[in-house]
Design a protein around this ligand. Structure first.
Ligand code: ZN
Length: 357
């Protein structure tokens, strides 16, 4: 296997150009925050940057693919390349109670702080990539401040996150933020079709995933796109003033199916957490569907109806975060949606429906 560098990464030229300039000018900061949506190339870019940073014979901004560092990285056993994920908690918590919902200090201290203090094995420094950095606990973030400020030796620390605002200001101020943007719809569509996905599926996946190729691919595989189509029909029904009664049962079933897929992928993950993630995902999709029906010109009554529905979903999302009983959340949501949507505003609804297509 060889390393591919930045070439295959598309749609993020602004970020990559900035990184290449900083690298060539020897101005690479110790700490970087790659901020942007899930599935748009942050992790791939971080890995390509790490390869370049660690390569022993780089040519401009390309890796040599022949040195010890390139060979070790391609083989997946580079001693100076540290990928830090929440799942690493399993190495440190033998009680098995930590489900890896947050990124604990029990992981950050040994994997980042202590490891950064050791000498680089291959002589080109060390790279640390923290995935889902927004999940770092406050204690974990505080523990890494000094390392981020003054890492020993040639060190690069890259924090990947879709919620940079969740990081402590003290972390953000010690890092350079590099923005990653949602991909253009036609890029996601093209990449899906390049992977032999039928056009109708690709078009829906691109639309639902909102500029994230990673999510579009995962959702196609996990059956989320098929359910999102059902949800789109439900939203049509809700706007027609019926269908709310079936919503709780449907949401429960699809969220459980989603959780099942996640457990198949990683049997040690928490089922309850994965189910809540699934509910959050379908609530997000439903909210997106209502938002897309907000046309520029609309009757006031219709606007109010749509906004009330979006508010009701936002409340359900808040309850979900605060661990309210799931059945209760669904019940409340269905009742509220039925109430706010039961009086279709005359004349405009039929016209609005065509907006989402
Ligand atoms: Zn090399």
């Amino acid at each position: 296997m060889t390393l591919t560098g930045f070439d295959p990464i598309f749609g993020q030229s602004q970020a990559i150009e900035w990184l290449c300039r900083a690298y060539l000018g020897d101005r690479m900061p110790h700490g970087l925050i790659f901020a942007g949506p899930v599935g748009v190339g942050k992790a791939t870019t971080a890995r390509a940057l790490a390869a370049l940073f660690l390569c022993q014979e780089p040519k401009s901004t390309s890796v040599c693919n022949g040195c010890g560092s390139c060979t070790a990285l391609a083989a997946g056993n580079h001693p100076d390349y540290h990928l830090i994920t929440k799942e690493l908690i399993r190495t440190y918590d033998e009680t098995g109670k930590s489900k890896g919902i947050d990124l604990s200090i029990k992981v950050i201290r040994p994997e980042l702080v202590d490891a950064a203090g050791r000498k680089s094995s291959m002589g080109r420094g060390k790279v640390f990539i923290i995935k889902q950095a927004e999940l770092m606990s406050v204690a974990a973030q505080n523990a890494m401040l000094k390392t981020l400020e003054e890492p020993p030796g040639r060190t690069l620390i890259v924090l990947l996150t879709d919620q940079p605002g969740s990081l402590l200001p003290t972390i953000r101020s010690r890092c350079q933020v590099v923005r990653f943007w949602p991909l253009a719809n036609e890029i996601v569509l093209r990449e899906l079709e390049n992977r032999d996905i039928p056009r109708a599926d690709a078009a829906d996946a691109a639309a639902f995933a909102d500029g994230s190729l990673g999510l579009a691919l995962r959702w196609l595989k996990d059956g989320v796109i098929a359910h999102a189509r059902e949800l789109r029909q439900t939203v049509d029904q809700l706007l027609g003033g019926y269908g709310a009664a079936d919503l709780p049962g449907w949401l429960k079933a699809v969220a459980e199916e989603y959780a099942q897929k996640q457990l198949e992928r990683d049997e040690l993950s928490s089922k309850d957490q994965a189910t809540r993630e699934g509910i959050g995902l379908y609530l997000h999709l439903m909210s997106q569907m209502f938002r897309r029906r907000l046309p520029p010109t609309s009757s006031y009554a219709e606007l109010e109806r749509l906004c009330s529905a979006i508010d009701a979903i936002a409340r359900a999302e808040q309850y979900l975060d605060s661990n309210v009983n799931i059945a209760l959340i669904f019940q409340q949501l269905a009742v509220t949606l039925e109430k706010v949507l039961s009086t279709p505003s005359s004349g405009t609804t039929a016209g609005l429906r065509s907006f989402d297509r």
